[in-house]
Write a protein that binds this ligand. Structure first.
Ligand SMILES: [Zn+2]
Ligand SMILES: [Zn+2]
Length: 366
């Protein structure tokens, strides 16, 4: 069994299995593989795997995450070395039984979604180009009505062995039979639709459920929607990588949404009530406090992104950008003039030195 075997397959239960069914399947396997009763070399490894599968599938939250992402941590990078090998070598490295069923490949695709979709969640129809079992031959690769016989190249074993002599010694090279592709059978007339492959390329439309709170770089796992298996093997899974499109007004920071609000020096000095846009609803009113500073943040609670898989939402963080007018009307010039004459200039203390430090840091200097 591969190290990346599906938790459900490991325990031999269906995806809809109840806790009780999972528990009883685990008990049975644990009795079989527990290191105290089974001294085989890989028994304790197998025991660890079924225990992990059991722990995840009996924890409702972890099970939900597993169903959604194919792992309990979510996000990227949950493919084991086994998957890598299968990707590079197009199949299982361990010797296969001839004519044995082969699981279809997992498919990976990427979709781009709007920030609003990530906030509200939605269903989206995607088109998946994939290999499906051929309708005409039902996967046998033989034209309907034609006869099937044992492959003469491999005598039905599905693999060919070649003894090779090299400077390192003599070794046997075992490879899949090129004539029958490992099935051990040849047909006198190959299927006209799939040319004997048993599978054909089709564009399949699927409805993908995007859960609220999903973030850029996370992936959704859709079990059984990968490529068709061979010789009756199970279908692979589909993994959809989520890419979040940039939004003109909001920048996502975790589950918070950052918005920049431009205010005038007078609004900052005197304070004001200002409306700000909200990603999925009516605009909200925020209070700019009197004496607000450039870069100061005002929080709008609960107007961020919903937490994935749980209740509650992040906040909208409104950062104030105090904008000094570049040109003044006659009235403004007069009033700013009076203001300059009566106000005390800002003190030239440590804050100013701080600014130099910040500028130096920003320039990467020492
Ligand atoms: Zn066919
Ligand atoms: Zn063959």
């Amino acid at each position: 069994m591969a190290t990346t075997a599906d938790f459900y397959e490991l325990l031999g239960v269906s995806r809809s299995a109840t806790d009780e069914q999972i528990r009883s399947a685990y008990r049975k396997l644990a009795r079989q593989y527990h290191p105290d009763v089974n001294s085989a070399a890989d028994a304790s490894e197998q025991f660890k795997r079924i225990t992990e599968a059991y722990e995840v599938l009996t924890d409702p939250q972890r099970r939900q995450r597993y169903d959604m992402f194919g792992s309990t941590t979510g996000g990227l990078g949950d493919f084991g070395i086994g998957d890598l090998f299968e990707t590079f070598f197009g199949g299982d490295l361990r010797r296969r039984e001839p004519r044995g069923p082969m699981r279809g490949a997992d498919l990976r695709m990427e979709i781009e979604i709007e920030l609003l979709d990530a906030v509200q969640g939605r269903e989206r129809v995607i088109t998946v180009p994939r290999l499906e079992t051929c309708d005409r031959c039902s996967g046998s690769g033989a034209e309907p009505g034609s006869s099937i016989s044992t492959c003469p190249t491999c005598n039905g074993r599905g693999e060919v062995r070649q003894v090779q002599q090299s400077v390192f010694g003599r070794f046997v090279n075992v490879s899949t039979c090129p004539r029958c592709g490992g099935s051990g059978k040849t047909v006198d007339k190959v299927c006209t639709r799939c040319r004997g492959e048993g599978r054909e390329r089709k564009d399949r439309e699927l409805t993908l459920t995007i859960p609220p709170g999903i973030d850029d770089g996370q992936q959704l796992r859709v079990p059984g929607e990968g490529e068709a298996g061979m010789r009756g093997g199970p279908t692979g899974d589909l993994y959809v990588l989520i890419r979040l499109r940039e939004h003109a007004l909001f920048k996502r920071e975790g589950d918070d949404l950052v918005h920049v609000l431009r205010v005038s020096p007078a609004q900052a000095a005197l304070g004001d009530e200002v409306t700000v846009p909200v990603i999925d609803g009516a605009a909200a009113t925020v209070r700019v406090p009197p004496g607000a500073q450039n870069g100061q943040m005002v929080r709008v609670r609960g107007k961020g992104v919903p937490h994935l898989g749980s209740s509650g939402r992040g906040d909208e963080l409104v950062y104030l950008d105090v904008v000094v007018p570049r040109s003044l009307s006659k009235d403004q010039r007069r009033l700013y003039g009076q203001l300059r004459d009566i106000e005390e200039p800002p003190s030239q203390d440590a804050d100013a030195q701080d600014l130099f430090g910040r500028i130096k840091d920003a320039m990467g200097g020492s």
